[in-house]
Design a protein around this ligand. Structure first.
Ligand SMILES: [Zn+2]
Ligand SMILES: [Zn+2]
Length: 98
């Protein structure tokens, strides 16, 4: 497993972390670990945009957008957006010091 990754995967509601088990069942009946395939069923190739937090292994049962489970990714994007938003104010008024 790579340790330099900043992406963390856990439920946005209860912070339950996927344990690598096959806790998700597709509408075709296939059961698999949805985080191994980023929400795509390996049997029928249906792309799931939402992921339910599985109650059996300790989750809360709440269904969230699949992307919301990836928190390092969100933080990275948020940082880039914030940097872009704050940069213009800092460079447009360099002499504005009181
Ligand atoms: Zn399927
Ligand atoms: Zn949860």
């Amino acid at each position: 497993m790579p340790t330099d990754s900043t992406i963390e995967i856990y439920c946005p509601h209860c912070h339950w972390e996927p344990d690598g088990g096959a806790h998700w069942q597709c509408r075709c009946g296939h059961v698999w670990d949805t985080f191994e395939t980023a929400g795509t069923c390996p049997q029928c190739h249906y792309r799931w945009r939402v992921t339910t937090c599985p109650p059996k292994p300790g989750g809360c049962g709440v269904t969230s957008p699949h992307i919301d489970w990836y928190h390092g990714l969100d933080a990275l994007v948020e940082e880039l957006v914030e940097a872009a938003l704050h940069a213009p104010a800092a460079v447009c008024c360099p002499q504005h010091e009181s």
